[in-house]
Design a protein around this ligand. Structure first.
Ligand SMILES: [Zn+2]
Ligand SMILES: [Zn+2]
Length: 938
């Protein structure tokens, strides 16, 4: 048995009573079986429920045919099998199942919301209805556009599609259900396309937008439905198996016939009854009617609901530990209270997500009472007492708190009391007990508030706020740090629900902690202020900060890149702060004339600009203007000189001989290819043709195989062009053949006179040493003499022209000349450059004929999230810069008797720096250039 069941039973009992009174049926007949072939509901029972609903709500929607068509589909839909298989929503407190199981699945929206979903699924239906709704309410022009497909602004510079938002919330089961947990709004934010980090940041904005502009609209769909639905507990009860016939329609039918037929069996077991959807019960409670209970007159003077108390204590087998704790808190015996708080801390820590304050109506009040009593005893020797039934603001004793209406002049009351607590930190055993019980009670409350529903619940309790104020004003003594932490953390969780709370009271109390020696106090207070200001409907005006707090914020900013956590919270706060022109004016006022070291232009701006570079990642981008181009591979396969062939190759047997030959003629090159036929012919020419003594050569297949084995990059391929071409991919011929050591051999290409001009003849002597080739050409072919003494070549001037170049393919100096030195100089250009043969052989590379040309750009970019949105310290600093520029005072500032704009005065000297940062930082560029444009237009 758990507490949802309890609530359900209480509701069920009162409902059964109502039903019996209303219809006076002694017993409810079962729901009639509707065969599948029966006409749909609207025909069987007269007017369609939606028509009625629309008529009542004064709404006119799309043509009825369209709705009917939709309704047809809906009725013909088979019941969702998952619905029946799903485990019961409610779980026992004793079970340790994870809390997520309790979150409603998307397809489990209660009937009213499913209904509404169908009606507005089509965007045009949605917009028509929304417009009509606003008209019906007498609002001719809504604050936000209602023209179809318009987007709504929310938060800073964000837009959202209201139709999608409405659908997302409806499919979740409506705003109240979504609001039971902050995570739900984040999930909706993600569904709407926000990134993970942004959906977290802006979930409050989304909730606010929805509450202000769509919640009433949602209620226009569901309120009529609920009135009827209250009388038909089984209307959407596809899950209460044994009380519903299988063919029961999945939607409520609001006409009396259906009500009569809805079976409701009080004798069925609670487990079955618990299957009915709890969300359809609309009763005004603090958790679903925000604001209603915050008004003093609405707050019950007696916080304990007598029916619930009696149910818990007597009728129901509630786990005894809870009862024991509740009774313990009520007890005047300190041992009992200590027992209760001790266990409640453990329970709230482990089961905080299940312990709903709304289901223990007196728990929060008792916890507050215990905290106040113990703190009062500890500090003043006399407890703070809670007066639950006093008249508002009158007749309270000095040590009394007004539990129902909130205590007026609480701060004055706190100051008036005489502290007997010794501030030297020495505590008696009794003090220790008091402090421990108070801390445990405060911690329990804090743990419970981690659940949004509980935070919401206590946000309406004035007495909780009074307790928090008292705790936050505890004397500055380390023994109270823990209690203050719990109070601040509770404020952080609750404050976003305080729409009505007076600004001054909250901000002044929290601002006290800015600059506290306890970092946790500063952090929590900052976060609470940010949360609170984000939630303020009327703006972000946090009130006038004292100058020492401004200076503290500035100091924290200096180290924001070192103390990331505190820095980040400070920037969040400053972002909210600088959204309001009055606050920026405050910064200018304490800036000019500059004093106190917090000048906007001299101090704030350089600091914020420096923070723009926090966490940047350096990234380079390359633009290639010209790709590298290499010399094309040689077209001919070199001929191995006979000397190399004899010495390095012929001494081996096949296939090694073939492999050696390949290595002397080819080199690995993955970009090149050689045709198989050319390769095969060269191999044959080397070892077969004109050599009767050559012996056998490899067969073709084995030859190709050997090529692949010799070169790692080589593989046989068929290139299909017009005619298929068989090639070896991955090798290219060398310019010069190589010997076994890898040295190239240079052959003499001097052309001899030939009878057949088609078949020129060449010298073909080959040399490893380029110098020897040169000597050979100069002496053998040009016929230059040597000096007999020195052995050097001499270059005589001939009587008759006798010197000419016969190098292969050369077209210069083909006519004989008398100047031998001229011709020798020319011929040397055909010859390889001399090379030191003691060096290792060169690595054969194709010559680069066009080098690669590229420009490299360097960026320093702020990191972005998965949606490409920047985040972190630098992003926040950029937003603050923009806020400051946007909200500077409009009147001129006189600098050396000249009038200037404030933006000129503050920003002009930083303009170039911002431009430079914007160019480098692609992710902040948009914001930074906004700022630069703002400076220029001012
Ligand atoms: Zn020669
Ligand atoms: Zn030549």
């Amino acid at each position: 048995m758990d507490f949802d069941d309890l609530e359900f039973l209480a509701w069920g009992a009162s409902l059964a009573q109502q039903l019996q009174q209303h219809f006076s049926y002694p017993d409810f007949p079962p729901y009639p079986q509707i065969p599948a072939s029966e006409p749909p509901l609207e025909q069987a029972y007269g007017q369609h429920p939606i028509q009625e609903e629309l008529a009542q709500a004064g709404l006119t929607g799309p043509p009825l045919e369209a709705i009917e068509a939709e309704q047809h589909c809906e009725n013909e839909d088979p019941e969702d099998p998952e619905d029946q298989d799903r485990p019961q929503d409610q779980e026992s407190l004793e079970e340790d199942k994870p809390a997520e199981d309790e979150e409603p699945a998307e397809n489990e929206a209660p009937g009213a919301f499913q209904h509404a979903l169908k009606l507005v699924e089509n965007p045009s239906h949605f917009w028509t209805r929304l417009q009509n709704f606003y008209k019906a309410k007498g609002i001719l022009q809504s604050a936000l556009p209602t023209t179809p497909n318009s987007l709504w602004n929310f938060g800073p510079h964000k837009k959202i599609n209201p139709h999608k938002l409405f659908l997302a919330v409806l499919s979740f089961g409506g705003r109240n259900l979504v609001s039971t947990d902050k995570k739900n709004w984040r999930a909706i934010g993600r569904d709407l396309g926000l990134s993970e980090s942004h959906s977290e940041t802006f979930s409050w904005h989304i909730r606010r937008l929805y509450s202000d502009h769509l919640f009433d609209f949602e209620r226009s769909f569901t309120s009529n439905f609920d009135m009827q639905n209250d009388a038909t507990p089984d209307a959407s009860g596809t899950r209460s198996s044994n009380t519903t016939t299988p063919n029961a329609p999945s939607n409520a039918s609001p006409n009396p016939a259906a009500v009569q037929n809805a079976s409701f069996n009080m004798n069925s077991t609670p487990v079955n009854m618990a299957g009915a959807p709890m969300q359809t019960i609309q009763a005004d409670t603090p958790s679903n009617r925000r604001g209603k209970f915050s008004k003093p007159e609405a707050r019950a003077a007696n916080p304990v609901d007598p029916i619930m108390s009696s149910l818990i204590s007597e009728a129901m087998p509630v786990p005894s530990i809870y009862i024991r704790c509740l009774r313990g808190l009520e007890s005047p015996l300190e041992e009992e209270q200590a027992f209760a708080t001790h266990h409640l801390v453990a329970i709230s820590d482990e089961r905080g997500d299940k312990l709903k304050l709304a289901e223990f109506p007196s728990l929060a009040e008792h916890l507050v009472e215990v905290v106040l009593e113990k703190v009062g005893l500890l500090l003043y020797g006399k407890p703070w007492e809670v007066n639950w039934d006093g008249e508002p603001y009158s007749g309270l004793a000095d040590n009394q708190i007004d539990g129902a209406y909130g205590t007026k002049n609480l701060l004055v009351r706190i100051q008036k009391r005489d502290i007997i607590f010794r501030n030297d930190g020495l505590m008696t055993a009794r003090d220790d007990t008091l402090l421990r019980i108070a801390s445990e009670a405060a911690l329990t409350l804090r743990n419970l508030c981690t659940l949004d529903g509980n935070a919401h619940y206590v946000s309406d309790m004035e007495v909780v706020w009074d307790m928090l104020v008292i705790l936050m004003h505890l004397p500055r003594n380390t023994v109270f740090d823990e209690l203050i932490n719990y109070a601040l953390e509770t404020v952080e969780m609750v404050c976003s629900w305080w729409d009505y709370k007076e600004l001054g009271a909250v901000t002044q109390t929290l601002e006290k902690f800015l600059g506290s020696r306890d970092k946790h106090h500063c952090l929590t207070a900052l976060r609470a202020l940010v949360m609170f200001s984000m939630e303020l409907p009327e703006g972000k005006d946090l009130g006038r900060l004292p100058i020492d707090k401004v200076r503290w914020l500035y100091q924290i900013l200096q180290v924001a890149d070192i103390d990331y956590e505190l820095g980040s919270s400070t920037l969040d706060f400053l972002y909210q702060f600088t959204l309001v022109a009055d606050n920026v004016r405050l910064l200018t006022e304490i800036s000019y004339p500059a004093h106190e070291g917090v000048d906007l232009s001299v101090d704030w701006l350089p600091t914020l600009i420096r923070l723009l570079q926090v966490d940047v990642t350096v990234r380079t981008e390359e633009v290639v203007d010209q790709e590298e181009q290499r010399l094309p591979p040689p077209t001919a396969i070199p001929v191995v000189p006979a000397e190399v062939l004899d010495r390095d190759i012929e001494i081996f047997q096949e296939p090694e001989r073939c492999s050696r030959w390949l290595r002397s003629c080819f080199v690995e090159d993955k970009d090149c290819e050689v045709t198989q036929i050319a390769l095969w012919q060269a191999y044959q020419a080397c070892f077969l043709i004109g050599r009767p003594d050559a012996g056998s050569i490899l067969p073709a297949a084995e030859f190709i195989n050997t090529v692949s084995k010799t070169f790692a990059t080589a593989h046989a391929q068929v290139v299909s062009r017009e005619t298929p071409k068989f090639v070896i991919q991955g090798i290219r011929p060398l310019e010069q053949p190589r010997d076994a050591e890898g040295y190239p051999w240079f052959s003499c290409d001097w052309e001899f006179p030939s009878a057949d001009p088609e078949k020129p003849a060449y010298c073909a002597n080959a040399y490893k040493d380029p110098v020897k080739l040169r000597d050979h050409v100069l002496h053998e072919h040009l016929g230059l003499p040597r000096n007999p003494d020195t052995g050097r070549t001499e270059y005589p001037q001939a009587e008759t022209p006798g010197y000419k170049c016969c190098w292969k393919n050369c077209t210069e100096h083909t006519v004989p000349h008398t100047n031998s030195s001229l011709i020798a100089g020319h011929v040397a250009r055909h010859l390889p450059t001399p090379r030191d043969l003691s060096h290792p052989p060169p690595i054969e590379q194709r010559k680069i004929i066009k080098p690669r040309v590229a420009r490299v750009y360097k960026f320093e970019t702020t990191p972005v999230d998965e949606k490409g949105e920047p985040f972190g310290i630098a992003y926040k600093a950029a937003l603050i810069l923009r806020n400051i520029l946007d909200n500077l005072p409009q009147e001129p500032i006189y600098h050396r008797d000249e009038p200037h704009s404030w933006s000129w005065y503050v920003f002009s000297t930083r303009r170039d720096q911002l431009v430079e940062l914007g160019i480098l930082n692609t992710s902040l560029r948009g914001i930074l250039f906004d700022v630069v444009n703002g400076i220029e237009t001012s």
